[in-house]
Design a protein around this ligand. Structure first.
Ligand SMILES: NC(=O)C1=CN([C@@H]2O[C@H](COP(=O)(O)OP(=O)(O)OC[C@H]3O[C@@H](n4cnc5c(N)ncnc54)[C@H](OP(=O)(O)O)[C@@H]3O)[C@@H](O)[C@H]2O)C=CC1
Ligand SMILES: O=C(CO)COP(=O)(O)O
Length: 334
């Protein structure tokens, strides 16, 4: 068996290395010819996780047809907004595949999570998602990590669990695809807000409050999309929210830090040089949020700061000056 990883950024590279360490050869598809060539020549990805000497069974290629030929299992490791164009560009020779999505976001044009994007183009193919607190830099170093592989077909999730689970990478299974994807997508928006709060020196109490109220907001959206609320208290919800709001590995947190310190979104993105999904997902939330009919003050506030010229101070003042209310107006027996 061979596995194909589409996308040779930080996460695609770390996961390809992990799978090869487990004894399975990997074809790592790079969109740039030069990147594939350098991976072949040096055993390192020249732009992402540069310090990592890739396992010898990771083979870089920029040829999509070659990357996919004869492989049944394909991992999607490109940013969310690139999933649809990438799938649309697959060669006709690419037959049915079993997909594992790593991207964490909502598509701006449709407001959809990635499973819906894939289902719209590959309706018959089995689909799973991998999510949870998993900074590529730490996985590449072999530091202990736990994630969840979710699929509506539990056998499918188990198959990915078998493939990925290892002594330092613990994979749980789940069946709640919506909750697992919603947690991973929405925590990125909260992490941007956390970065803004940190840059403003608002303190640890404020950060904890933001993360907790962020979780309430994430859960509200996720449940409206069809998630089991308990999924949001698992690795793909609370777990990833903590990793992202509190770790300087997080690109979303760093984007918030830069914007909170007065940089423009363009400056912050250029400084980062990698994708911060929260800046895209927040556009989807705001654009499609009305149809959800939900109160989403953190997402609206992040959108105002990133795209409408509002000052970070105003965002925090707005959040703090809202009318007092019960912590759980939507309280359920759970
Ligand atoms: N990094 C991490 O720790 C984790 C990331 N994720 C998620 O994984 C996804 C990918 O993130 P990550 O690897 O970190 O991102 P990076 O910014 O590190 O890399 C993005 C990769 O996607 C490629 N890419 C971008 N646009 C396109 C496109 N239109 N067509 C084809 N390829 C494209 C880039 O190619 P090029 O280099 O040519 O620009 C690059 O290889 C995101 O959704 C992220 O949230 C999930 C868990 C952990
Ligand atoms: O999802 C991640 C860790 O689980 C990576 O977060 P960032 O995209 O903010 O770096």
């Amino acid at each position: 068996m061979e596995v194909c990883v589409l996308g040779a950024g930080s996460w695609g590279t770390a996961v390809a290395h992990l799978i090869a360490q487990g004894g399975i050869p990997v074809r790592l598809w790079c969109r740039r010819e030069e990147q594939a060539r350098l991976i072949g020549a040096s055993g390192r990805n020249p732009h992402y996780l540069k310090g990592l000497l890739l396992h010898q069974d990771v083979r870089g290629t920029a040829n999509l047809e070659e990357a996919l030929a004869g492989t049944e299992r394909v991992i999607l490791a490109v940013p969310t907004q690139s999933v649809r164009p990438l799938l649309e560009s697959l060669p006709p020779s690419a037959g049915p595949k079993r997909w594992l999505n790593l991207a964490k976001g909502l598509e701006i044009a449709t407001g959809d999570l990635v499973h819906r994007v894939v289902a719209s183009l590959r309706p018959k193919d089995p689909y799973s998602v991998l999510s949870g607190p998993s900074h590529a830099e730490e996985v590449a170093l072999g530091l202990p990590t736990a994630v969840v592989a979710a699929s509506r077909d539990l056998e499918e999730a188990r198959a990915w669990q078998d493939l990925l689970n290892g002594p330092r990478f613990r994979v749980y299974t789940g069946e709640d695809v919506v909750g697992t994807e919603a947690g991973g997508a929405l925590k990125n928006v909260v992490a941007v807000a956390a970065g803004i709060a940190r840059a403003m020196g608002l303190g640890d109490n404020a950060l904890a409050a933001l993360a907790t109220r962020g979780l309430a907001e994430m859960t509200r959206v996720a449940v409206r999309l069809g998630a089991d609320p308990l999924t949001l208290s698992g690795l793909a919800g609370v777990g990833d929210l903590l990793a992202t709001c509190y770790s300087l590995h997080s690109r979303n947190l760093r984007l918030g830090l830069a914007v909170g310190a007065g940089k423009t979104l363009e400056e912050a993105r250029a400084e980062l040089g990698q994708v911060a999904e929260g800046a895209f997902t927040v556009q989807a939330v705001v654009r499609h949020g009305e149809r959800l009919g939900l109160d989403l003050p953190i997402a609206w506030g992040v959108h105002r700061v990133l795209f409408e010229g509002a000052s970070p101070r105003l965002l925090m003042e707005d959040l703090l000056s809202r009318d007092p209310k019960p912590e759980r107006p939507e309280a359920s027996p759970l």
